[in-house]
Unconditional design. Structure first.
Length: 194
């Protein structure tokens, strides 16, 4: 019951597609173990994906890692993964909802859907990271993050396995930071964990 009153003060959103898993596996272990806010990860993956991703990421961090569930409260110090074949929305009362509406940019979960809903819920307290990927999903979501006062960071396209996704964001959004993967966690630790 006490946990329900604990609201995350900030949210970190990580979106990616082709070539992004290695980036996530690089960032998570470097984030401070007692992270005072939640991390939401939206990766394009096959609908039949098992929970292997949860176990893979959990092995790399001391944070709690789990797939997000319908109406689940968002808690600090947790890493939530968008379930395969569902859009993941962040509600204004800091909980999740799952949606099976049509794919966006051929993807469900859609990075745009999660980023846009998180921007409305968290406003200037949202930080969005967009990693390697082969389509343009995520750019519209980053526009919403910026419009609501949040921070947008993209993987340096030349360092991405597939640079289309981060480049699209750079071309359409006034991103705050363009960094190689290996510098992203350090920036978060130095600038947000005070």
């Amino acid at each position: 019951m006490a946990q329900e009153n604990i609201k995350p003060s900030r949210i970190i959103l990580i979106g990616g597609s082709a070539g992004s898993l290695n980036g996530v596996l690089s960032i998570l272990p470097e984030l401070t173990g007692s992270l005072p806010f939640a991390v939401i990860i939206v990766l394009h993956r096959k609908p039949a994906s098992e929970n292997i991703l949860v176990h893979l990421l959990a092995a790399k961090t001391r944070l709690v890692v789990k797939e997000a569930e319908e109406k689940e409260p968002i808690l600090p110090g947790h890493v939530y993964i968008a379930p395969a074949d569902y859009h993941l929305l962040v509600e204004k009362e800091y909980s999740f909802s799952l949606d099976v509406s049509e794919k966006i940019h051929y993807s469900r979960p859609s990075i745009d859907v999660t980023f846009e809903s998180a921007a409305e819920a968290f406003g200037p307290n949202a930080l969005a990271l967009l990693l390697s990927g082969a389509n343009i999903d995520g750019a519209a979501g980053m526009q919403k993050i910026k419009a609501c006062g949040g921070i947008c960071m993209v993987q340096e396209p030349g360092s991405a396995e597939v640079g289309v996704m981060p480049q699209q964001a750079i071309d359409t959004v006034a991103v705050d930071k363009i960094l190689p993967i290996e510098k992203m966690a350090a920036w978060i630790n130095e600038n947000l964990l005070i």
